[in-house]
Design a protein around this ligand. Structure first.
Ligand SMILES: OC[C@@H]1[C@@H](O)[C@H](O)[C@@H](O)c2[nH]c(CCc3ccccc3)c[n+]21
Length: 447
């Protein structure tokens, strides 16, 4: 039963949609670009579920003008995208590739002409392969490599970008790339993971300092958060929930907002947990302007001592609705998560920088794609976001994930999140019903 009462968001609330470079651009080596670690990883046998790679993706590198026209059709006020580091710096540092900068200048000019606010993420997982080969984020120098890259973007593109984010979801880089090995670089190392997390946050802080020196606009950090519940009232499951909460939700935010890491992490990593310099922890506290929160689902946890940290596993909920990712549809978790951030971290300005769902959409028919489950997912989560605003959360905007069906990392192209369907054999775009629903939400500034 959908609640039919109408709701209105505050004046000036920012409505957008999001993508990332490796997932939509294609042409990974065009015009002097260097390979990223995701280019390298996706070409490894069996790395990607359907054997997909980002070689073509949505061909956005060449079709960006058509895609900006789609954004206008949807009435987007903002567009969140990421910059491919290895287009700008083919070897990750040193020599700049002017053609790489020129692509993003063209994209930014089209967006500004269309009255769409660019929101640029500096790093959305695609590290230059040349830097991966020097240890990547496990190398303490990675923070400086990132700061130099950031400085170039602020200098070259800064006058066209009002909203910047340093990193997208450091937790996923650590968990999927260094703990479970299912994302680039495909490592499984309890010794590397804590250092990778730490160097990512050092990079974020040095990036913010570079921004303060010569950036314009606002800069933030984007994290994925998921409220954790206990599968039973027993102490073991409660402890598992607490470990899972520390591991996903508190690790990075405590680092940059409180200057410390949760004690549970040292406990669960044991002798693999390093001793971090106090000077480093002070650097992490470099203040930034907003928090980007990516919300999709919650998880219900039980104790799993045999698992790597956080020694927990999620339990499927009988009778609940799930997306194609196996993620429970749980909009109330968004309200709860936003309230938790407000209370724990001092009421920072927040953007929902990603929210969306993968459902098995039908092929386009007569120029239409019926995706009612995605419409209901978005409706429910927009209501939850509005409830958080009513409860006093300083929520400034919302970006739907994603503008386009795209490359869903290790799952390839089968999982579709787009407001717009992409037929990858023809590259034809078709706005789905959820895209038209979202267009109307933006036009009404509410439901
Ligand atoms: O999975 C959908 C999207 C990705 O396509 C985005 O690139 C990424 O920013 C993103 N993060 C999340 C939530 C965190 C997560 C990512 C991957 C696997 C499990 C959880 C969901 N998504």
């Amino acid at each position: 039963m959908t609640d039919s009462s109408s709701i209105r968001f505050p004046d000036g609330f920012l409505w957008g949609a999001a993508t990332s470079a490796y997932q939509v651009e294609g042409s990974p080596l065009a015009d002097g670009a260097g390979p990223s670690n995701w280019h390298h990883f996706s070409h490894q046998p069996d790395a990607i579920a359907d054997g997909g790679t980002g070689d073509v993706a949505c061909d956005h590198y060449r079709r960006y003008e058509e895609d900006v026209a789609l954004m206008r059709q949807l009435g987007l006020q903002a567009y969140r995208f990421s910059v491919s580091w290895s287009r700008i710096l083919p070897e990750g540092r040193g020599r700049i590739n002017p053609a790489g900068l020129d692509f993003y200048r063209r994209l930014l000019d089209r967006l500004l002409e269309a009255g769409i606010q660019p929101c640029a993420t500096l790093f959305h997982w695609d590290l230059p392969q040349a830097l991966q080969e020097q240890g990547g984020w496990a190398n303490r120098d990675s923070a400086n490599w990132f700061a130099d890259y950031a400085h170039i973007l602020f200098r070259e593109l800064g006058d066209k970008v009002p909203l910047w984010a340093t990193l997208n979801e450091p937790w996923v880089v650590v968990n999927d790339g260094y703990m479970h090995g299912v994302h680039a670089p495909g490592h499984r190392s309890l010794d590397e993971a804590p250092w990778v997390a730490h160097n990512l946050l050092r990079a974020h802080a040095l990036g913010v300092q570079a921004f303060r020196a010569d950036g314009q606009g606002q800069i933030g950090l984007v994290v994925n958060l998921e409220p954790k519940y206990a599968a039973s009232v027993g102490p073991d499951d409660a402890a598992a929930m607490s470990r899972a909460h520390a591991y996903m939700n508190r690790w990075f935010l405590d680092g940059v907002m409180l200057g410390s890491y949760p004690d549970e992490l040292a406990e669960m990593f044991g002798q693999h947990w390093p001793r971090f310099d106090l000077a480093d922890m002070a650097l992490l506290l470099e203040p930034f302007d907003f928090l980007g929160i990516n919300y999709y689902t919650r998880s219900v946890n039980r104790d799993a001592p045999q698992n790597p940290p956080p020694h927990a596993e999620s339990v499927r909920q009988e009778g609940a609705e799930y997306t194609e990712m196996g993620w429970e549809v749980f909009p109330e978790g968004l309200t709860r998560t936003l309230q938790w951030v407000k209370q724990r971290y001092g009421d920072p300005p927040i953007y929902i920088t990603e929210n969306g769902a993968a459902f098995a959409d039908p092929p386009a028919h007569n120029g239409r794609v019926a995706d009612p489950r995605r419409v209901e997912y978005l409706r429910g989560h927009l209501r939850a976001a509005h409830e958080a605003i009513r409860l006093g959360v300083n929520l400034k905007g919302y970006f739907a994930w994603s503008l386009l069906d795209n490359f869903e990392w290790s799952l390839g192209y089968a999982k579709t999140f787009g407001l717009v369907q992409v037929d990858f054999s023809s590259q034809r775009r078709t706005i789905k019903d959820s895209g038209y629903f979202y267009r109307d939400v933006i036009a009404r500034n509410g439901l």
